[in-house]
Design a protein around this ligand. Structure first.
Ligand code: FO1
Length: 334
């Protein structure tokens, strides 16, 4: 059975470092042709005239084993000479762009200026970097997360996240441009073809919601086996401000709150062993089966173990609603 379940087509919705690490794990569980990663682009920004897409780059670098292991974003073995010059000349240095990373922004900006869509450039860069699974920005249209904060009012995402180090209190989020955004070429096709959609342990508010909010994406999840992994363990996030955001929005920072956040989308939910006591409440309140397993993805071999546990749980749920799947040919095709 394991052989067949390996080749059910899957989509991972990813943003941030946790999402990229989960995608890396899934790339070791599934054959490349069965895996598509749909990535958030609402963190994107323009700086020095360059188009920067942090969540897309973090997924590509991580899948290519090029990412800096401590930071999780940007390149390993990075140098910062260009930023040193910018600093010496009095320019903005709050958003750190390494020399190797800059090369990617230069080439992407050049190709976008010629009218090539981000999704086409991204797939070409991933191919050239040796990334086998398909990586798709959720949209090629401009969408920008604005974080409404108490101290500074509305802030562009990266100013909230990097310049102010996520310290401002959040009051809400807006995804400017979302109403006009269309799914990038291949996004709806990947979702329609997928047997299983996995929501990575990313920030529900600013990584996953901007993906789900692109018109057409939520609808494409209807009838699919959708499993989310909680990014909150024991009331805290491993990395990033998700737990703080829940608290500032007046919600309990817990795996239960994350399950409630995704509620109507879910077929199943994955929580860490530290939150095992929450499983009965989530099952009762959200009405979906809960997998309790180790979800920490450090050190690196844990990424594949987490991905494999989540995958086997999702396949079991899929086969309950689609018993025919086990009868399908080797590709598990519809
Ligand atoms: N995160 C930081 O905390 N400080 C930075 O200076 C920074 C620069 C940066 C440059 C390129 C890139 O792809 C990501 C970068 N990030 C930085 C991470 C970025 O803020 C992402 O949005 C987060 O990973 C959340 O998705």
């Amino acid at each position: 059975m394991a052989a067949q379940s390996r080749s059910l087509p899957a989509v991972v919705l990813s943003g941030g470092v946790g999402g990229a690490r989960f995608a890396w794990g899934m790339a070791r569980v599934l054959p490349a042709e069965a895996l598509t990663i749909i990535v958030n682009v609402a963190d994107d920004l323009e700086l020095f005239g360059l188009y920067i897409s942090p969540d897309v780059d973090t997924v590509c670098y991580t899948l290519a084993d090029l990412e800096d292991p401590e930071r999780g974003w940007g390149r390993a073995d990075e140098t910062w000479h260009a930023m040193e010059t910018v600093a010496r000349l009095g320019g903005p240095t709050w958003f750190r762009l390494g020399d190797r990373d800059l090369g990617l922004h230069l080439e992407r900006t050049r190709r976008m200026a010629q009218g090539e869509p981000l999704s086409r450039i991204t797939q070409d860069f991933c191919r050239r970097l040796g990334v086998a699974p398909k990586v798709l920005p959720v949209t090629d249209d401009p969408v920008r997360t604005i974080v409404d904060t108490v101290e500074h009012g509305p802030l562009p995402f990266q100013e909230y996240f990097v310049r102010y180090r996520t310290e401002p209190q959040v009051r809400g989020f807006r995804f400017v441009g979302i109403e006009q955004a269309r799914p990038a070429a291949g996004v709806l096709e990947a979702l329609q073809h997928a047997a299983i959609v996995l929501i990575a342990p990313s920030n529900p508010w600013v990584s996953v919601d901007p993906i789900l909010a692109v018109p057409g994406v939520r609808a494409a999840l209807q009838g699919k086996t959708v499993v989310a992994v909680s990014p909150i363990i024991g009331g805290r996030t491993v990395k990033g401000p998700a737990a703080k955001m829940f608290r500032e929005l007046g919600l309990e920072p817990s795996a239960l709150s994350v399950a409630r956040h995704y509620a109507d989308l879910l077929s199943g939910f994955v929580i860490d062993t530290e939150d095992a006591s929450l499983a009965p409440r989530i099952q009762a309140e959200v009405g979906v089966p809960v997998l309790v397993t180790e979800t920490l993805m450090q050190p690196k071999p844990r990424r594949e173990q987490v991905a494999r546990s989540v995958w086997e749980f999702a396949v079991a749920l899929y086969e309950v609603v689609s018993p025919a799947s086990s009868a399908h040919g080797p590709l598990g095709e519809g």
